[in-house]
Design a protein. Structure first.
Ligand code: ZN
Length: 157
């Protein structure tokens, strides 16, 4: 596994629409592994392929430690309710924003074996699904946040 470089806001690649994965190859699997390692090293809870410079519809999420969710070609197929909460992004360092998201979100995707599955998340996981899937369409939470705060310099890692 290798740690990848995280693309930061201002780079055009974050604003592009990603193409679907047409075939899951060893390269796809390596990318999934590298994305998980990169996310964990950066202490993030989610990472989308464009954040490491790859314009493919691939996302990893780990809201709960040890419970890695890998999503290939994910689509939101149902959502319900509403929540407002704080979000950050590994591509937007040292900032937090308040964003409205659905409370419950169901995603349909392929796993690393090419099998279709559905997963429903609530609260923070629902938020992570929305945030990461937005990346695949070139959208960032700062586009829709109602308030954005900068972390003071002495609290920055
Ligand atoms: Zn993000």
């Amino acid at each position: 596994m290798a740690k990848l470089k995280i693309v930061k806001v201002g780079d055009d690649i974050l604003r592009k629409r990603c193409r679907p994965v047409e075939e899951i190859t060893p390269k796809t699997l390596r990318l999934l592994d590298d994305m998980a390692e990169t996310m964990r090293a950066a202490q993030g809870v989610g990472l989308a392929a464009p954040q490491v410079g790859i314009l493919r519809r691939i996302v990893v999420i780990e809201v709960e430690e040890g419970n890695l969710i890998e999503l290939i070609n994910p689509k939101i197929i149902a959502y319900a309710g509403e929540q407002e909460g704080t979000e950050g992004c590994l591509s937007v360092p040292n900032k937090w924003g308040t964003v409205k998201r659905p409370m419950h979100v169901t995603v349909r995707a392929l796993n690393r074996h090419g099998e279709e599955f559905e997963i429903t998340g609530s609260e923070f996981l629902a938020r992570a699904f929305c945030h990461e899937l937005d990346h695949l369409d070139g959208k960032l939470y700062i586009d829709i946040a109602s308030a954005i705060e900068t972390v003071p310099a002495d609290e920055q890692k």
